[in-house]
Design a binder for this molecule. Sequence first.
Ligand SMILES: Cc1cc2nc3c(=O)[nH]c(=O)nc-3n(C[C@H](O)[C@H](O)[C@H](O)COP(=O)(O)OP(=O)(O)OC[C@H]3O[C@@H](n4cnc5c(N)ncnc54)[C@H](O)[C@@H]3O)c2cc1C
Length: 336
Amino acid sequence: MSLSHEIDKDVYDITIVGGGPAGLFAAFYSGIRNMKTKLIEASPHLGGQLATLYPDKYIYDVPGYVKIPAQELVKKLEEQALQFNPTVILNEKVIALRRLEEKLIELETTKGLHYSKTVLLATGAGAISMKKLGIPSIERFEGKGVYYSVTNKWAFRGKKVMIVGGGDSAIDWALNLKDIASEVMLAHRRAVFRAQEAKVMEIFHSDVRMLIPYIVKDAHGTEKLETVTLINTETGEEITLEVDALIPQIGYEMDNSLYRSWGLDVDERGVRVNGRMETNIPGVFAAGDIASPIDSIKLNLITIGFSQAIIAVNCAKHYVDPSAPVFPGHTAKLRL
Ligand SMILES: Cc1cc2nc3c(=O)[nH]c(=O)nc-3n(C[C@H](O)[C@H](O)[C@H](O)COP(=O)(O)OP(=O)(O)OC[C@H]3O[C@@H](n4cnc5c(N)ncnc54)[C@H](O)[C@@H]3O)c2cc1C
């Protein structure tokens, strides 16, 4: 890994912004395509959401692995990405993007300037934040019993945990914590879940206490969270339960104003891209959670980011060198 510098006048073929799974896999792939590659990551480590939000959680839907802890997948992605020695810069956030001329883009970061023929935005959740419950009596316990993300699941060993939500994150955490916590409760406002069917089946067959249809009304405690009051959305009945940790997983909010200020087309799902993962700025591509494919569904999943990264890098290669084919051939033919 190189040290960061104030102005790197070297023009790279591709600069990948974001070192989550999409960015890491893109760095590997651009190596395969013999592109001079730089990766800029805002945080002190690589791995994106896997490293920061759920390092200990198992991932079950990456092909080839029945299950793999997130931090282990990050380790393997890093190993794969670094094979071609890309320049990797950590602790530097991209704050502006300017297209100076054909095949010359300037990236301004918190520490300096970088130049590249193409840019791949793989900034994922960088633009999103967890939705809050917005109830003052609950928010006052944030960090003292109320947690919007789980960075160390072992911190919940032996605790009474209540998770709120009916999507994949809520169900995932309930399943991941059920054998660690002394009790796991899942409060959801309705009987319909927006999560993978197999996981929903699993949770109903587990010892997770399902609180349906309930919403959170209030929280109580002195120094830290002690009890949570829920309301039954059908009957209005209120119940108060002893809880050591409340983990709301009720979705994300995306802030796209930064990307809009760079001149990118954005919508409420992210930066708009076509089928080649091109944004409206020539030479600028997007992949992973940040990408909002026009006229197509958007699935915020690791494997979707991988395949979008492949498309973006191959199209970037062809953009930099029109004589190079988009299709790279098969990696089995390459000497790594
Ligand atoms: C609790 C939870 C459980 C999940 N479980 C699964 C699962 O089991 N299976 C699955 O497929 N998916 C799962 N997901 C979704 C998955 O984590 C995401 O789809 C995936 O991380 C997206 O990868 P990405 O590379 O696009 O972005 P991210 O992982 O968000 O990485 C983006 C990176 O870009 C960096 N960055 C952002 N802005 C800038 C900037 N301006 N300059 C420099 N760097 C920047 C960030 O620091 C970050 O490291 C889960 C998500 C959550 C929250």
